[in-house]
Design a protein around this ligand. Structure first.
Ligand code: HEC
Ligand code: HEC
Length: 433
């Protein structure tokens, strides 16, 4: 039976599905179909990840699998392939993976080392595998000053859907969700966290065939020779970067889906307004990221140009800084959108406040609103009192590490730059609309 600490408390339905062994088998079979249907792609992809020279087309493998031989169709495989595939070399990585960096076939049994996931380069092991699509975003989550790298791996043949809310497409609650990116089952997202050039953690967030997502976390050793699975309850460590010691908390698996919620669309970074940028890191490419993803054919339908306007980067950091033309309102609203709005949205965990960027200020539930959850001990505070950050719970909660801190988890250091931006914004507001 399930490990009691597995991340299922939010959604009982989800848990019963996870632990039903029939279901798990069905899931594995479903993923197997992907592999059979896209064997040609898979070999191509493998040659990237394993660094093997790709010597030819789909039919060039000398040791062809039984199913190939039987069906005579070479790369496309056959409907009779299931028995042979279980042991075929195409079923990859030896520990349940179906293609490199695939979600674990049984979500309760993630691989015990990061190297075994197939998500990382086999030589430069702290780097993402060559087949992973690296990207940057405009407005990052504050993670106690850690540097981050991000990437995704689509399942063979999988496509990204960009929500078009005027057309009422998947991924929209209302117009403020326009441009949200929706990823197919089988997708794996990767995020590495580091300090002073050393990695402390790599997180995987994976899309299961039933439409739910699960997160796992891997802890890097100080020698950077490997990363091992963090227990589902999470962990904490003092990490020596070589020049200082950093206290780091590895979130538990159930913490992941406190923020990465179904209502927020599971993934939190990728949306047109976040991805619309030329990467700061030259190795990620020199053109617009969305153009590159469109050229690679990864969208079901590429978003129309001009793309939705980029969120401004709230303050100077590794991802650059706000353009000179950015207003303090744009900077503050961008920060609140990226760091808070996945919980503070109309169908979110705390829905009387809506902090999405496209929500009109008067509809955010902030301005002169009597706090539903107390004033943080400050008499007469409202959620946002024009001209008075010291009377605004939105600022007070960001500036404390104590009771009532926002965000309520996964951060133990106040983001002083963000508090400055939000306070400047509140100071600039004269009256409520
Ligand atoms: C406090 C909220 C919060 C918690 C807790 C959290 N994340 Fe995230 N995560 C975010 C936000 C916001 C982003 C997007 C912004 C960014 O990438 O900086 C993100 C991005 C990611 C990404 C890149 C894909 C995406 O959704 O944008 C991965 C992978 C990821 N998180 C994994 C995890 C895993 C695994 C856990 C649990 C071990 C976890 N996260 C816990 C808020 C959170
Ligand atoms: C993981 C979900 C989550 C995230 C992320 C989050 N919040 Fe909250 N927020 C909550 C919950 C839950 C409450 C209710 C707290 C309570 O019961 O005391 C709350 C309460 C608040 C309130 C009080 C509203 C009222 O009417 O009393 C404010 C203001 C607030 N959050 C602002 C923020 C800001 C600003 C951020 C980002 C820096 C943020 N929150 C991030 C879940 C979240």
């Amino acid at each position: 039976m399930p490990d009691a600490s597995f991340p299922v408390h939010l959604d009982a339905m989800m848990s019963s599905r996870f632990f039903d062994s029939h279901r798990t088998r069905a899931v594995a079979q479903h993923l197997g179909l992907y592999v059979r249907a896209h064997r040609c792609f898979l070999r191509f992809f493998l040659s990237f990840v394993l660094g093997a020279a790709s010597t030819g087309g789909c039919t060039s493998h000398g040791a062809t699998t039984q199913s190939d031989a039987a069906s005579g169709t070479g790369g496309s495989g056959g409907a009779d392939a299931s028995a042979a595939d279980a042991t075929s070399p195409d079923a990859v990585s030896g520990d349940g993976g179906l293609w490199p960096c695939a979600p674990p076939a049984d979500p309760t049994q993630p691989r015990s080392t990061l190297a075994a996931t197939g998500c990382m380069d086999t030589v430069a092991i702290t780097r993402f595998a060559a087949g992973a699509h690296r990207y940057e975003i405009n407005s990052p989550l504050w993670s106690d000053q850690a540097d981050k790298e991000r990437a995704f791996v689509l399942p063979p043949g999988g496509k990204i859907h960009v929500a078009s809310c005027a057309a009422q497409s998947t991924g929209c609650l209302d117009a403020a969700d326009d441009g949200k990116w929706v990823f197919p089952a089988g997708t794996t997202f990767l995020k590495s966290f580091g300090f002073d050039g050393k990695l402390v953690e790599t997180r995987l967030f994976v899309a299961l065939p039933d439409g739910t997502w699960v997160g796992y976390s891997y802890q890097w050793n100080e020698g950077q020779t490997g990363a091992t699975l963090v227990a589902s309850a999470g962990a904490s460590a003092s990490f020596n970067t070589g020049s200082r010691t950093v206290d780091w908390t590895y979130p538990g698996r159930r913490d992941c889906t406190e923020c990465h919620t179904r209502s927020a669309g599971w993934t939190l970074g990728p949306e047109t307004a976040q991805m619309n940028r030329v990467p700061t890191t030259a190795a990620l490419g020199t053109g617009n990221q969305i153009d590159a993803i469109a050229t690679a054919g990864l969208f079901d339908t590429a978003p129309p140009k001009p793309y939705k306007a980029p969120l401004v980067t709230p303050y100077d950091g590794p991802l650059g800084g706000p353009p000179a033309s950015a207003t303090v309102t744009e900077r503050a609203r961008s920060y609140l959108h990226a760091n808070c709005a996945f919980c503070h949205r109309p169908d979110g965990e705390f829905n009387s406040v809506d902090l999405r960027y496209d929500t009109a200020f008067e509809d955010t539930g902030l301005c002169n609103a009597v706090p539903a959850k107390g004033t943080q001990g400050v008499a007469n505070a409202t959620n946002l009192t024009p001209g008075h950050p010291e009377l605004s719970t939105v600022s007070l909660r960001m500036a404390t590490l104590g009771k009532g801190r926002m965000p309520p988890l996964a951060s133990d250091v106040v983001d002083e730059d963000a508090v400055d931006v939000v306070n400047a914004w509140i100071n600039a507001i004269q009256t409520c609309p």
